[in-house]
Design a protein around this ligand. Structure first.
Ligand SMILES: [Zn+2]
Length: 293
C-alpha cells in the first residue's frame, strides 16, 4: 500500500512544514538572560529579546500565527514589539510582517529578502507560491552587509551570509548573551532545504555554517530555523553532514558521472530530511555545476 505514503508526502509538501506533522501549539522556551524562543513545528522558530522598552523578535511565522505569537510574548512581558528582524523571506518566517507592522513594529531585513518580498516567488519543490506582499508587509529598514541594535544590556549584530539558504539570509547574533539565531541556514530536521532557485547554494550554506562556528563556543546557545535550541557541537555535526554529501557529489562529477549515476550511489547515505533525499542531492549537484561554470 503506497497510497498513504504518497498522500502524506503531498500533504507535507502542500503545507510546506519544513518539519514532521506535529500538534501545532506554540511553546515559550527560555534560552538565556532576556532571550526566549517561541517554537511550533509548522513554522520557523521565533527568537525573542525583551528589552526595557519593547521586544525585538526574529521572524514572525505565517500570518495565521500572529495572535499565537502575541499570546506567547504576553507570557514573557507586557511590551510592544518594536522591531522584527526577518532572517529571510520564506512565508514561514516572514508572513506575519503585515499584522505586526499595522500595530507599529518596524520590520528589518537584508536587501535581497525585501526585494524578493516585493514580487511573486514560486518554490518549485513545494509547488508553493509566495505572493508579493502589500506595502505594510515589506521591511521598512534594510541593510546590505550588517546592522547593529544597541539595546540596554545587549548588542545585537545582524549580518548577511551570501547565497546560503537563499540570497537574503540574515544571522542574528546576540553578542552579550552569546546566543545566535541562524534562520534556515541551520536546521534540525536533517538535510536542509537549500532554495537554490532563489540564490541559495550548498557552498554558501557551508561557508555560512563555518562563519557561525567561528562565533560560537561551548556555551553558545544556537536557535536554528527549525527544531530545538542547539550547541556548537550540533553545528559541527551539521557541517560534517553537508561536507560529506558535497564531497561525494563532487567526486561523482569529477569522474564524469551523470546526476542519475550519482543519485544511484546514494551519496546522502543514511541522512534523512522531510522531503525526498534525492532532491537534496540534486540541490547539491546543481550548486556544484554553478561552481564549475
Ligand atoms: Zn526557509
Amino acid at each position: 500500500m503506497k497510497t498513504p505514503t504518497y498522500l502524506f508526502l503531498i500533504l507535507s509538501l502542500f503545507f510546506y512544514n519544513e518539519a514532521t506533522a506535529q500538534p501545532d501549539t506554540l511553546a515559550v522556551e527560555k534560552v538565556a538572560g532576556n532571550i526566549w524562543m517561541l517554537r511550533q513545528n509548522s513554522a520557523g522558530n521565533v527568537g525573542v529579546f525583551a528589552s526595557n522598552d519593547g521586544f525585538i523578535i526574529v521572524d514572525d511565522q505565517f500570518r495565521t500565527d500572529s495572535e499565537k505569537i502575541r499570546d506567547g510574548l504576553a507570557k514573557i512581558a507586557k511590551l510592544p514589539v518594536k522591531y522584527i528582524i526577518n532572517t529571510h523571506w520564506h512565508a514561514d518566517h516572514s508572513e506575519g510582517n503585515e499584522n505586526f507592522a499595522k500595530t507599529g513594529s518596524v520590520i528589518v531585513a537584508q536587501d535581497n529578502s525585501r526585494q524578493r518580498l516585493t514580487t511573486d516567488q514560486f518554490i518549485e519543490l513545494f509547488q508553493m507560491l509566495h505572493a508579493a506582499r502589500p506595502w505594510e508587509g515589506l521591511p521598512s529598514v534594510t541593510f546590505t552587509e550588517d546592522i547593529t541594535f544597541h539595546e540596554r544590556g545587549e548588542t545585537i549584530h545582524v549580518f548577511h551570509v551570501p547565497n546560503a539558504h537563499t540570497d537574503g539570509d540574515a544571522i542574528v547574533h546576540f553578542q552579550t548573551s552569546n546566543v545566535i539565531h541562524t534562520g534556515d541556514v541551520f536546521v534540525r530536521y536533517g538535510l536542509p532545504f537549500i532554495d537554490d532557485h532563489h540564490g541559495g547554494s550548498i557552498n554558501g550554506t557551508i561557508a555560512a555554517t563555518e562563519r557561525l562556528l567561528s562565533l560560537a563556543n561551548a556555551e553558545t546557545k544556537i536557535i536554528p530555523g527549525h527544531g530545538a535550541v542547539s550547541t556548537k557541537q550540533d553545528l559541527m555535526d551539521y557541517l560534517e553532514m553537508l561536507k560529506v554529501v558535497r564531497e561525494k557529489v563532487a567526486k561523482g562529477i569529477e569522474q564524469g558521472k551523470t546526476i542519475e549515476q550519482i543519485l544511484a550511489e546514494k551519496p546522502a547515505g543514511s541522512f534523512t530530511t522531510f522531503f525526498l533525499v534525492d532532491e537534496f542531492v540534486r540541490m547539491v549537484w546543481r550548486g556544484m555545476q554553478k561552481t564549475r561554470e
